[in-house]
Design a binder for this molecule. Structure first.
Ligand code: PGA
Length: 233
């Protein structure tokens, strides 16, 4: 069974960066590789993805299909541009854009309506973990942000303290949380891990029983490194 390897480029990249990236990126992988570039580069990345195992995703969508929402992008528009996936409720959206579980739920419904698979992010803060309430926090996030059609979603467990810090969660932490998420969702949705995934820890993380893939930030910006992560199983 293949794994999902998702590249979250966040607000990084340029025209030249993308051209160079795909010149040195290997074109064949057995895992399912999903690139999520910033909105303006969706077409450019799509045109660079010449092999069918690569898919396109976005990093957010609006809850409405169209209308007077300056600066926003709807799931229908993303679908129109070739997106099959959208990352929703990333901790940076929750932190810098005050996104709540309720809003993430509404966005997930909008994505499903447009026939796009939502990749719904959940994860506890360092204080939550230190206070030993991490399982409770993630349970609440799941209960409040997952849409009814769980089997049409992907869940990404991303502990906030592990994102961009070089401090990945331990295998024990990952297993504990992924087991709980799998139980809560009746094993209906693939569960990805995200937070300081590198070429050195990807294979080990991906070999854990309830880990169906990884969501990669920083390391996905280096094609030679991301290539290696894409090969891990
Ligand atoms: P990171 O980011 O791999 O740089 O830690 C992961 C993410 O934010 O999705």
């Amino acid at each position: 069974m293949y794994k999902f390897i998702v590249a979250n480029w966040k607000m990084n990249g340029s025209k030249v960066f993308i051209e160079n990236y795909f010149n040195s990126f290997q074109k064949q992988h057995t895992n399912k590789v999903i690139f999520c570039p910033p909105f303006p580069y969706l077409s450019l990345v799509k045109n660079s993805l010449t092999v069918t195992n690569f898919m396109l995703g976005a990093q957010d969508c609006h809850i409405q299909e169209y209308g007077a929402f300056t600066g926003n992008t709807s799931a229908t528009m993303l679908k129109d541009m070739g997106c099959e996936y959208v990352i929703l409720g990333h901790s940076e959206r929750r932190q810098y854009h005050q996104e709540t579980n309720e809003l993430v739920y509404q966005k997930s419904q909008a994505a499903l309506k447009a026939n796009i698979t939502p990749i719904i992010c959940v994860g506890e803060s360092l204080t939550d973990r230190q206070s030993k309430i991490h399982l409770r926090i993630v349970t609440q996030q799941l209960q409040q942000s997952l849409p009814d059609l769980i089997d049409k979603c992907i869940i990404a467990y991303e502990p906030v303290w592990a994102i961009g810090t070089g401090l990945s969660a331990t295998l024990e932490d990952i297993n504990e949380m992924h087991q709980m998420v799998a139980d809560l969702t009746y094993q209906k949705a693939p569960i990805l891990y995200g937070g300081s995934v590198t070429e050195d820890n990807a294979a080990e993380i991906l070999s854990q029983p309830n880990v169906n893939g990884v969501l990669v930030g920083g390391a996905s910006l280096k094609p030679e490194v991301f290539n290696k992560i894409c090969q891990a199983r």
